[in-house]
Design a protein around this ligand. Sequence first.
Ligand code: DX5
Ligand code: ZN
Length: 210
Amino acid sequence: MVKIAPSLLSADFTKLAEEIRKLENAGADIIHLDVMDGHFVPNLTLGPPIIEQIRKTTSLPLDVHLMVTNPQDYLSKLAEIGIEYVSFHQEIVPHIHRQVFVLKEGGVRAGIALNPATPVETIFPILPDLDFVLLMSVNPGFGGQNFLPLVYSKIEKIRQMNSEIEIEVDGGVNNQNAPKLIEKGCNILVAGSYILGNLDYKMQIESLRL
Ligand code: DX5
Ligand code: ZN
């Protein structure tokens, strides 16, 4: 069964608690939080103080996607807050293994995120140590961009290597590409503008499930 993870990037940031409650009622499985630092990506969003507040508003699993230059500075704090899923980008961390273990020792599901141009082969050696892989299907930094179909073959390659690992796809996800993403082996769909860009969150979430 695919899990639907709405991205709060497309939410009304002046009403976060209300938006989260609406997403819970609409059947969201996970809440996806995009942390951007203005260095790794050309945009700024939120950090641990706001995430800590968000944690108190929901019992849904939280999925923190770190699009930052120094993810190692935040991992222990996110574990302490009680975040369920945390991913950081392969492209910016020289010692991936070390940081993955910081997460795992903190009781967090550990994921590596890959930009569209990064080959999946770059993380094959550590796949057995990961809980999930986040495959970007847009270049990170903004919501509402067009989906890049190159992600389909990346899902297939990871699935061939590992049948257990969770595969999350993020960027431009909608009801047109969701069936093929699920068929290829993706089990977590992140969607921002597709879900929150419509008043009826429940209808949008349901339309992403097979
Ligand atoms: C983009 C973020 C995504 C974003 C997706 O850098 O990682 O999570 O919110 O938004 P949509 O679904 O609108 O492409
Ligand atoms: Zn994201």
